[in-house]
Design a binder for this molecule. Sequence first.
Ligand code: PEP
Ligand code: MN
Length: 242
Amino acid sequence: MSNLIIIGGPCSVESEEQIKQVYQEIKHNIDIYRGGAFKPRTSPHSFQGLGAKGLEYLRAASRKPIISEIMDTADIELFADVDYIQIGARNMQNFALLKKVGASGKPVVLKRGLSATISELLSAAEYLEMYGASEVILCERGIRTFSDSSRFTLDLAGVLKIKQETDYKVIVDVSHPAGNTHMIADLAMSSVALGADGIMIETHCDPSQALSDNEQQLTTTEFNNLITKLRALSSFMTELKN
Ligand code: PEP
Ligand code: MN
């Protein structure tokens, strides 16, 4: 794994073909392949994910480690072949889920809740560790504020605070706070310059046809171009600090 952890892939696993195709196009640029199978959607009318089948397709598509979000304690066995379990923003304080996922002993990417403080995020991480998670990586993904300049407000100072006060790895999901494609590159560059340990970005072969978050997914070409820049910036920042 390179120093900068790159997590990329579509918002959702939509079909066997789609998840294979995205992987083939970005595999050389990612450390962990993402794809949501159980989707937390605001509207019950929206695509809810393929569930267990989605996890199967994701596993079959990727030779790299995979990550997917769990929403229900009852699904934990389905995640046996998933390398990293994601706890989504809406479940950061679902303590039953934190305990169950922790007890699986797997590494976890824990996303910050929509209106959670940093100290609440750190307490949620402690739950995972106390119950047995082998590693906890924290993920800033934007919070709810009065600002309407983007979908969510990316709290880069929060990332800095965690980096300064703890030993946790912190990654930044730049897709969900942006909510569009034109802010993603700059948010990602800023996060890397700030010292984030990794970046999560959603990408799709044909974003306009995506079944979820179609407005914020980069094409695989845009994704690949951006990752090249992020890795160069990351090396430059390492040099500057040495
Ligand atoms: C996701 O990563 O697919 C997701 C739903 O993210 P969040 O929990 O940050 O909204
Ligand atoms: Mn998404």
